[in-house]
Design a protein around this ligand. Structure first.
Ligand code: ADP
Ligand code: ADP
Length: 227
C-alpha cells in the first residue's frame, strides 16, 4: 500500500496556466524519490499539492495508510523550502521548537526534542545562535531540523540546496542521506540537478514542461548501489 497515491492530478492556475497535467504517482513508505525536471515544469506545484498547499483542479491525492482520526495533514508531513525561512528574532533552538510549541508540547520536552534534532543535523553547539550568525548551509540544516522535529512520515523538499555553494551542497547531500538512512522517513526531493537526483535517490521521477507532466520514472538505486 503506497503512502501517497496521486491519480490524474492536474493543476490549472487562475490565470489559465496548466502547470501540471494528469499525473499518476505512488510514493512508497521509506523511499527516497527525486522529482527532476527543468525550471517551470511544475515540480513545485506538484510538491505543494502533495503537501496540501493548493488543491488539484482535477484528480485525487490519497493517503491510503493514514489513520485519519489520529493525524491532521500537518503532522505526517515536513516541508523544506528553497529559502530556509527561519524566524530572524529567534535562535536556532527556538526555530526548531516552533512546530512543537504550536502542538502545545511542554516546554522542557520541546527543548529536549529540538536540541536532539539540531544535534542530528550536525548543529550541536549552535542552539543559541541566531539565523544571521549562521551560514547558508547551517540555516538550511536548521530548516531541515524544524521540518523533521515532529517526526513526519514524509519530508518534502523543494530545491533545498539550490542557493548553496557546491561543496556545502555536497556535504548536505551526504548528511541528508545519512539522516534518511537513520530515520527512514519518505523523502521527496525536487531538483533540476541530474547529479543530485542520481546521487540522492533510489528513484527519479522525470517531468517535462508545458504542460508539466511525468515522462519517466526510473529506478536508480541499482545503478549506483551504496556500500
Ligand atoms: P489560484 O488560481 O490557484 O488562486 P492565482 O493565479 O490566483 O492562483 O495565483 C496565486 C498567487 O501566485 C498570486 O499571488 C500570484 O501573484 C502568484 N503567481 C501568479 N502567476 C505566477 C507565476 N507565473 N509564477 C509564480 N507565481 C505566480
Ligand atoms: P518548477 O517548480 O518546476 O520550476 P512550478 O511548479 O513553479 O515549476 O511552475 C510550473 C508552471 O506554473 C510555470 O509555468 C509557472 O510560471 C506556473 N505557476 C506557478 N505558480 C503559479 C501561480 N500561482 N499562478 C500561475 N502560474 C503559476
Amino acid at each position: 500500500m503506497p503512502l501517497v497515491a496521486l491519480r490524474g492530478v492536474s493543476k490549472r492556475f487562475g490565470n489559465g496556466t496548466l502547470a501540471v497535467r494528469d499525473v499518476d504517482l505512488d510514493l512508497a513508505a521509506g523511499e527516497f524519490v527525486s522529482l527532476l525536471g527543468p525550471s517551470g515544469c511544475g515540480k513545485s506545484t506538484l510538491l505543494r499539492m502533495i503537501a496540501g498547499l493548493g488543491a488539484p483542479s482535477a484528480g485525487t491525492i490519497a493517503w491510503p495508510g493514514r489513520d485519519e482520526k489520529a493525524t491532521g495533514p500537518g503532522r505526517d508531513l515536513g516541508f523544506v523550502f528553497q529559502d530556509p525561512t527561519l524566524m530572524p528574532w529567534a535562535n536556532a533552538l527556538a526555530n526548531v521548537m516552533l512546530p512543537l510549541t504550536l502542538q502545545r508540547l511542554p516546554r522542557a520536552e520541546a527543548e529536549q526534542r529540538a536540541a536532539a534534532m539540531l544535534a542530528l543535523v550536525g548543529l550541536k553547539g549552535f542552539e543559541t545562535s541566531y539565523p544571521r550568525e549562521l551560514s547558508g548551509g547551517m540555516k538550511m540544516r536548521v530548516s531541515i531540523a524544524r521540518a523533521l522535529v515532529m517526526r513526519p512520515r514524509i519530508l518534502l523538499m523543494d530545491e533545498p540546496f539550490a542557493a548553496l555553494d557546491e561543496i556545502t551542497r555536497h556535504r548536505l547531500n551526504d548528511d541528508l542521506l545519512a539522516l534518511w538512512a537513520q530515520e527512514r522517513f519518505t523523502a521527496v526531493f525536487v531538483t533540476h540537478s541530474v547529479f543530485e537526483s542520481v546521487y540522492l535517490s533510489q528513484r527519479i521521477v522525470v517531468m517535462a514542461a508545458r504542460p508539466g507532466r511525468i515522462i519517466a520514472d526510473l529506478p536508480v538505486a541499482a545503478a549506483y548501489p551504496r556500500d
